[in-house]
Design a binder for this molecule. Structure first.
Ligand SMILES: NC(=O)C1=CN([C@@H]2O[C@H](COP(=O)(O)OP(=O)(O)OC[C@H]3O[C@@H](n4cnc5c(N)ncnc54)[C@H](OP(=O)(O)O)[C@@H]3O)[C@@H](O)[C@H]2O)C=CC1
Ligand SMILES: O=C(O)CCC(=O)C(=O)O
Ligand SMILES: [Mg+2]
Length: 737
């Protein structure tokens, strides 16, 4: 065959902190793997890489880049897949625009992001950019369901070395506020499609005057798919937001909005925009025309708005005046004046709510001090999880990480299950009327009366992924023998359809007595009670709760979700090993650039690497991969036992130093094992050299810290400059080769 062979393992090229870490870690991985005949390739799924791959016609031959995401999307549907997936940027519009600008500045003739596309070329460019926006990578790669948990060694380490936890007081004014109706939760309709209804469905808007507009045609929904449709009323949302702004002011707390504008890339930026508009209502009322003329789109946030009006002193002053009259906002960076409503991707609910709960219900205010906070989460589908957690901790005090049990997660996410797949079927409604979803055979799946500006969406979960998810839960419960709860609310339309799948499978397998089914609010309380007793629980959830809980519990138990094992057992037999459960930590890049210290912890990468190698050993009957994998586990244990994880403070050992120790312990484990004599012989001198040069290497790594560095770009950094920054120890580099 002419085709070049796929490497044994693909390591993804991403963005921000994890990508910086890869510059240091990947050469070590490759050098060690190479000695065992294991090939490690890379594929570029970074934001800049995806932009370049989408516009070949705008680039010179030398600049063109392959569509690696599409290639990986095909690979994960084969049994050969073995992919280590690091977190990548799920870009908001301001991030996308910034990345395009940076690439243009580097000589790539890319089109601008067309804000109001009118010509065909602009419409084409806009469609290409919109496909890159938000969570555009994970849904493509996740051809399997999710298994996230803390490895035993990691959990034990956290219990012995607890992170700091804020204290909860019974009279904390922190709370979660959600709509009392008119939200996605209360308007949801759900149906499991029959054979007769299966096929290509369409979504139609019928205006009050009878005009029909097809919003979307050809929505593929095979038999057995659970289809949900729902909408959020724009009027109810605005009323709710106005009330919350008032109430926050009365309570004397901070106003904060928690959304997932990246994952729900159509609905949530719109909801965010409503909050911006409501918070700055006097300004939008008075200067609406001027703001429109300046191209202000509230969905892009106050940051973008201020930039556009910076030359207009009157409006700038009006904004500042309006903000002074409003309750203070929860800040992303109080030193720099960056508020919760500045950029839609700055406050991402899965990370932001747990961080606030870990801090004892406190958020940072504009005065650079901690305050109680009103956490505004408009939709009720999942807000009760945070509400119940906050209520529970107010009653009982903070969780004790030294004694707490652990919560594992089995998440339904394969084939864009649930809201993850809803972007192409979410619409801001143009005019009053009805929205119908119509099955291939003409049956009306659902019908909703809507008003202009309401946000309507359809989401779906297919039969095979649902069945695979239930089986995964059965396997995991069997392995752990602990409490296992399906977080499903029989009173919610969608969950009731899932329960109709779950119950018969559990009964048929004779394991119904091992599982409970509970609404998210009840499951939250029971789970917290279980882990407080030092026992463990498995949360079996849909996609959104998978996302939320795999940050919430790890952040409370381990201090961070970066240390999680995150396995995607691909439905076609391959393996996808995600590193940790968190994101790409933009704050960490800032610190590196300012003071050459990278506090990113690669423990998630170490865990994923070990799993990937052990998977390769089984997948290709590769005994050397098994030896490498076992040694990775020993090295990871070594990092924990000897406290070699990165420090947060400049001047102390950082990410690069932890990679040196990882290499040292990995080489020592390989040198001392007796399963493969050739590998032991190869790694003995390497282990010796690494150990003998410890002081020298650590000094070389320490020496560079404390000064700013130049990476030659943020979204598309200069490889040579970045490598020089991330591999500053000539001694280590020479040993690694
Ligand atoms: N799988 C994926 O591809 C995911 C991608 N994302 C994307 O990541 C970006 C940033 O998201 P954000 O919500 O800010 O969340 P992040 O998880 O990137 O950051 C939140 C904070 O978590 C801590 N943290 C996260 N990872 C590590 C690590 N490995 N080592 C040490 N600390 C860590 C840091 O806290 P501190 O600095 O206080 O120590 C960090 O500032 C967005 O573009 C988002 O879309 C988000 C989630 C998953
Ligand atoms: O895909 C994304 O944008 C975020 C994913 C995420 O947060 C997660 O999987 O935990
Ligand atoms: Mg997440």
């Amino acid at each position: 065959m002419a085709e070049t062979q796929t490497p044994d393992i693909i390591y993804t090229q991403v963005d921000e902190a994890p990508e910086l870490a890869s510059y240091s870690l990947l050469p070590i991985i490759r050098s060690f793997a190479d000695a065992a005949g294991v090939s490690v390739g890379t594929r570029d799924i970074s934001l800049s890489g995806r932009i370049l791959a989408a516009f070949p016609d705008a680039l010179t031959e030398a600049q063109k880049q392959s569509d690696d995401l599409a290639i990986l999307g095909d690979l994960v549907k084969t049994p050969d897949a073995n992919v280590i997936k690091l977190p990548n940027i799920s870009a908001s519009v301001p991030q996308l625009v910034a990345a395009i600008k940076e690439l243009q500045g580097q000589g790539y003739a890319l089109p601008d992001y067309p804000e109001a596309p009118s010509t065909d070329a602009e419409k084409k460019a806009r469609a290409a950019y919109d496909a890159i926006k938000g969570s555009a990578v994970n849904p493509v790669l996740r051809e399997g369901n999710s298994d996230r948990r803390a490895a035993n060694a990691v959990k034990k380490y956290a219990m012995a070395n607890p992170h700091s936890m804020g204290t909860w007081s019974k009279d904390s004014k922190t709370k979660v506020s959600s709509m009392s109706g008119g939200d996605f939760f209360s308007n949801e309709k759900s149906l499991t499609l029959t054979e007769a209804q299966a096929g290509a469905a369409k979504i139609v808007h019928v205006a009050a005057d009878g005009t029909e507009t097809v919003l979307k045609d050809g929505v593929s929904v095979p038999a057995g798919t659970v289809v949900d449709t729902t909408f959020m009323s724009a009027k109810a949302l605005d009323k709710f937001l106005a009330e919350q702004i008032e109430e926050t002011k009365k309570d004397g707390t901070l106003f904060s909005l928690h959304m997932k504008a990246t994952m729900m890339k159509v609905s949530d930026p719109i909801i965010f925009g409503h909050a911006v508009r409501e918070y700055l209502k006097p300004v939008f009322d008075k200067y609406g025309d001027e703001l429109k003329a300046a191209g202000v789109n509230p969905n892009a946030g106050i940051g973008d708005m201020m930039e556009r009006i910076k030359d207009n002193a009157e409006i700038t002053q009006a904004v500042e005046g309006a903000m002074d009259a409003r309750p203070p906002m929860y800040m992303v960076n109080s030193d720099k004046g960056i508020t919760n409503l500045h950029v839609p991707s700055d406050v991402i609910i899965d990370a932001s709510m747990p961080a606030l709960i870990r801090a004892g219900g406190k958020g940072w205010g504009p005065d650079n001090k901690e305050h109680d906070t009103n956490c505004v989460i408009p939709d009720n589908s999942y807000a009760p999880v945070y509400e119940e957690s906050i209520n529970y901790f107010k009653e009982t005090g903070a969780l004790d990480p030294t004694t707490s049990g652990t919560v594992q997660n089995i998440g339904l996410m394969a084939q864009k299950a649930e809201e993850y797949g809803s972007h192409p079927t979410t619409f801001e409604i143009p005019a009053d009327g009805t929205v119908k979803m119509i099955a291939a055979n003409g049956d009306v799946i659902s019908e909703h009366s809507v008003e202009a500006n309401d946000i309507w969406r359809a989401a779906s979960a297919r039969k095979a992924p649902i069945e695979d998810w239930v089986q995964l839960a059965i396997d995991r419960q069997k392995a752990e023998g602990c409490e296992a709860i399906f977080w499903l609310d029989e009173n919610r339309a969608h969950d009731a359809e899932l329960i109709a799948y779950v119950k018969p499978i559990l009964e048929a397998k004779g394991v119904a007595d091992k599982f409970q089914i509970m609404s998210p609010a009840k499951a939250t309380r029971q789970t917290l009670e279980t882990i407080r007793k030092g026992e463990n629980s498995i949360a079996i959830t849909g996609n959104v709760l998978r996302d939320y809980l795999t940050d919430l519990f790890p952040i409370l138990e381990l201090g961070t979700s970066a240390k999680m094992l995150s396995i995607v057992k691909l439905m076609q037999g391959g393996g996808l090993f995600e590193t940790g459960a968190g994101g790409s930590a933009p704050k960490h890049v800032q610190q590196l650039v300012e003071e050459n210290h990278l506090r990113w912890d690669s423990l998630g990468e170490f865990c994923a690497l070990g799993e990937s190698l052990k998977f390769l050993a089984d997948q290709k009957d590769n005994a050397k991969a098994a030896v490498l994998g076992k040694a990775v586990d020993a090295a990871t244990q070594g990092i924990l036992d000897n406290n070699k994880s990165p420090s947060r403070k400049v001047g102390e050992p950082d990410n690069r130093a932890s990679h040196y120790y990882f290499a040292l312990y990995w080489a020592q484990a390989l040198a001392s094992q007796s399963d493969d004599a050739a590998l032991a012989e190869h790694f003995a001198p390497i282990a010796e050299k690494l150990a003998a040069n410890e002081d020298k290497i650590m000094a070389e790594l320490a020496e560079v810290q404390g000064k700013p560095v130049d990476l030659g770009g943020y979204f598309h950094s200069d490889p040579a400059k970045t490598e020089a920054v991330m591999r500053p120890s000539a001694t280590l580099n020479a040993i690694i080769g």
